[in-house]
Design a protein around this ligand. Sequence first.
Ligand code: UDP
Ligand code: MG
Length: 318
Amino acid sequence: MHQLNQELKLAVIIPLYNESEVLSDLRVAVDKMVAELPAAVSVYFIDDGSRDDTLDKVLEWTGESPHIYVVSLSRNFGHQAAIAAGLDQVGEEVDYVVIMDGDLQDPPELVAEMLDKAREGFDVVYARRRSREGETGWKRGTSKVFYRILRLLTPIEIPEDVGDFRLISRMALEAFRQMPEHHKFLRGMFAWIGFSQAEVLFDRPTRAAGETKYPTRRMVSLAWHAATSFSSTPLRLAMLPGVISILIGICYCMYSLIRHLRGETVPGWTALVFLVSMFGGSLLFAIWVMGEYIAKIYEEVKHRPHYLIKLTAGGYEE
Ligand code: UDP
Ligand code: MG
């Protein structure tokens, strides 16, 4: 049994952006996890263009432990792109991959439980937050509203209170790699791929150190990409104000025709302004929504790389 366990290969992907303050705690937690897990673990730290000394510190680690790898991106490409970069780096021999935040809000102790689930035959094991300590009511509230709306918009079941902390099998990894889209919304994509999925519950602790790299502006941007990447409903909804204004317009035409036939002259300057502005408004709205999708198509057809790697190190190779 033990022999079998040792053969299991697990890669852990940890994106880091200006996480210098949390690194010492992270190292301790990661080393503990590597020692305790019944698998051969390699850890990939993805430096997402940090401006502090995050990269220098993790590069030092590669000289100390053969299981530590570093991938450094040429600039800050964002959390999701950094994870994608890590997923692309994972070698052929790896059986399972874990995606985990670097601030210890995704407790490494949970990975053992996730691995057990995976070995029962699940391809995606995601961690659902039972509680979220120290997160502002604002963040919790907006997240709830976001998932409600997303659920209405898309036919794909994207689990609530689930971040990017998850374990995926080789098969799920290969499926993910077949999705070349630019704006990656990982939790949506891992729901989209299907296969057998399971959850483990955990209480999300506060950040070990440092502060969040997800200000409201970035959360809104992620939510928007999620909605437009996983649903074309907004595009179709743009039709609604158009249809309504046409219906109102028809009624109004009939009304004025009747008045005309009765011989009542109605110059109707106010009504004209009313109609013009209504049509104008709905047209502009529809054009705006369309423009958003066209912008997305534009970005996709450019086929730009999703990230650029500045250097890679680790495994005692360098
Ligand atoms: N992160 C990243 N690039 C970014 C923003 C964040 O690699 O542009 C990393 C960050 O270092 C952390 C993880 O993504 O390991 C989650 O970020 P954070 O903890 O700030 O998000 P929150 O938990 O507040 O949602
Ligand atoms: Mg965090």
